[in-house]
Design a protein around this ligand. Structure first.
Ligand code: GLN
Length: 487
């Protein structure tokens, strides 16, 4: 057994497992011990499934012994607590689902489990994935492993912190407006949001169905390729899932950057970008040129409309999706309801946190008759313009390069009283969701106080391979992704 295998990449662990130089059971036990000692400080996990993980590890070892292992067989992973896991508590970090044990499994987790991945537990998040700091969770805030006085980003903050602190090998998150990429950037890991429809949404607790997309959160782009290979693909249970073949992401991983045209969108480098982030991204741009890419200035003029558009459309969809939580069939129910109306009203008043209520009210308002045309319909039209902007840029370039976030991780509590400031954290990620595009965040440096900075690569629809190979080329030439916080 190696001294500390938890800090190794998924690819390396997979190799050791296949060669039988390490057993999945030992590996899982090492992660479980680390979770036991470190999770109380960071709060990355809501639920740890010790017995389930050990059983799955034993099954994986038997499969590996029989030489029937795949890349993920025996790999310990964390799962964001909005993927339904059959028989295992799934809360979406909300009081209203505090006791919900799903009777079925999400497609993504069932694919990962079938490949032999071992689920260590369910990771913390913002309630119903609404947030950018992991401070809206009913189960408490998550701390950034790099500085415990700071947020890890959100909404997949627990997933990001778990990978950053090596409390699992990889996790899955979801990204509706930046929830994979923003926390990845703020915790120094790699986070990949695939094209909308590339990965099935079946069994994911819905926030905004036209935007939600699952993706891997890992230490490297190569690890993301390995995870996505299993996660991606058509699913008849999700009507928006894309029916297109899944390419071999590992086969093209070493394609390199030579001759690739990378657009630099002017609007992502305007005011609001912190000096430290700007300096580090400038440095990274040089690295991309050194690796053979050609940088091309481009413009995405509708960028400034992304936040208001998102905060009409996402709450509108949320207000409808969250109507199902009424205390009747599952989840939290208020005590001693007087009648059915009282049951609905008090269950929802007591069960939802304040950010979720704000979104439901916003969404209900923009959908109400008299306001529908002025807000919802208008926002849908702007969404089209945003997508058209990207389309025009991709007629000239293969990828876009930009910062993932305007700044590094802020202090816990710094923005909780100012929702608009909080919403602005996603200024560089939200437009990508509105356009349905794939994008990755990879570590590219640190600010003056040693907090990680993320770089975003955005691609054409379904060009996950192009993004992964570009990110991999950069990670072969740099070592930012190998840095980890001292716990
Ligand atoms: N921070 C954004 C929001 O609060 C995006 C969240 C997400 O991607 N799930 O809605």
């Amino acid at each position: 057994m190696l001294s500390d295998p938890t800090t190794l990449t998924l690819a390396k662990l997979s190799e050791l497992l296949k060669k039988r130089q390490i057993s999945s059971e030992d590996l899982v036990n090492t992660f479980l011990e680390k979770i036991e000692s470190q999770n109380p400080n960071i709060n990355a996990y809501i639920t740890v499934d010790k017995a389930g993980a050990i059983k799955a590890a034993k099954d994986a070892d038997a499969r590996l012994d029989a030489k029937q292992g795949e890349a993920l067989t025996g790999i310990p992973i964390g799962v964001k607590d909005l993927f339904c896991t059959k028989g295992l508590l799934t809360t979406c970090a909300s009081k209203i689902l505090h006791n919900f044990i799903p009777p079925y499994e999400s497609t993504v987790t069932s694919r990962l489990k079938a490949a032999g991945a071992v689920v260590l537990g369910k990771t913390n998040m913002d309630e119903f994935a609404m947030g950018s700091s992991n401070e809206t969770s009913h189960f408490g805030v998550v701390k950034n492993p790099w500085d415990h006085s700071r947020i890890p980003g959100g909404s997949s903050g627990g997933s990001a912190a778990a990978v950053s602190a090596s409390l699992c090998s990889a996790t899955i998150g979801t990204d509706t407006g930046g929830s994979i990429r923003q926390p990845a950037a703020l915790t120094g890991i790699t986070g990949f949001k695939p094209t909308y429809g590339r990965v099935s949404r079946f069994g994911m607790i819905a926030f905004a169905s036209s935007l939600d997309q699952a993706g891997p959160m890992t230490k490297t782009a190569q690890d993301s390729a390995l995870m996505l290979q299993t996660m991606a693909g058509h699913d008849a249970k999700d009507a928006t899932s894309i029916n297109a073949p899944v390419p071999d992401y590992m086969a093209s991983l070493n394609d390199g950057l030579k001759g690739r045209k990378i657009g630099i969108p002017a609007e992502y480098f305007a005011s609001g970008l912190s000096q430290d982030v700007a300096t580090v991204i400038e440095e990274a741009k040089k690295q991309f040129t050194d690796l053979g890419a050609e940088l091309v200035p481009v413009s995405l003029p509708t960028t400034k409309h992304a936040i208001p558009t998102y905060y009409i459309l996402a709450p509108a969809e949320a207000s409808s999706n969250l109507a199902r939580y009424d205390g009747v069939r599952f989840g939290y129910r208020c005590e001693d309801p007087q009648d059915i109306k009282d049951l609905y009203f008090r269950t929802r008043a007591e069960g939802f946190g304040s950010e979720v209520k704000r979104r439901i009210m916003l969404g209900t308002y923009v959908l109400s008759s008299g306001y529908y045309d002025a807000y919802y319909l208008k926002a849908q039209k702007v969404r089209r313009l945003i997508a058209d902007d990207f389309k025009a840029a991709f007629a000239k370039v293969d990828l876009l390069l930009a910062p993932t976030t305007p700044d590094t991780a802020f202090k816990l509590g710094a923005k909780t009283d100012d929702p608009v400031q909080m919403y602005l954290s996603d200024i560089f990620t939200i437009n990508v969701n509105l356009a349905g595009l794939p994008a990755i965040s990879i570590p590219c440096g640190f600010d003056k106080t040693n907090l990680p900075i993320g770089l975003q690569l955005i691609g054409r629809p379904l060009d996950e391979s192009g993004i992964l190979s570009a990110a991999h080329a950069y990670q072969q030439a740099t070592d930012w992704h190998t840095r980890s916080p001292i716990l």
